[in-house]
Design a protein around this ligand. Sequence first.
Ligand SMILES: [Zn+2]
Length: 90
Amino acid sequence: MSLRSIGGDDLARFHEARGVKDISCSRCGTSNWQIESVDVVPASAIPELTADGTVRAPGFKTLILGCKNCANLWLMAYEPIAEWLEEHPA
Ligand SMILES: [Zn+2]
């Protein structure tokens, strides 16, 4: 599965459009994030073998930010952000 990358500028535009005012870390209060990855976080530890022989691991498409100060992770659902970016190109 190929997920589009989401940059800091894209995320800032999404947050502004959706009224996100406070991006400070819930643990340490700084606002010094880096995008760690766009990935599928497994919802189950046990992958399924499907009828056609492929392996499927149910999961959530997730955008993961890491606080550079305290290492807290901020997980966001990927799809609503990606859809908004498709509809609102820079
Ligand atoms: Zn922090």
